[in-house]
Design a protein around this ligand. Structure first.
Ligand SMILES: [Zn+2]
Length: 97
């Protein structure tokens, strides 16, 4: 289990509790998707993702297809560690910590 957090030495600094779907569920992290093409947004169902992909699946830097009918956009995933905390993108390529 602990080996999950130790990926490559080139891995950017990512909080352990957002690295995988299972860890986010355990930590109570909220995940939201937002589509810039159709303007829709909603809460992601981590339980469903974990069921489909497994607890070790990572959502970081993923841009899934928008599921709104007629929309061909890709959604941006955001996370919030707790209630009252602003949502931040689940992306690290452009972020420096
Ligand atoms: Zn859309």
């Amino acid at each position: 289990m602990c080996s999950l957090w130790r990926m490559g030495k080139n891995e950017p600094l990512i909080p352990a509790w957002v690295r995988t779907v299972g860890a986010m569920r355990e930590a109570g992290v909220r995940v939201r998707w937002s589509c810039r093409t159709c303007g829709q947004w909603g809460d992601a169902d981590l339980a469903k993702v974990e069921q489909a992909k497994g607890p070790g699946f990572s959502l970081i830097n993923r841009r899934p297809r928008c599921r709104q009918p007629g929309c061909s956009g890709h959604v941006l995933l955001l996370y919030s560690p707790a209630a009252g905390t602003p949502f931040r993108p689940l992306q690290w390529s452009s972020e420096r910590i």
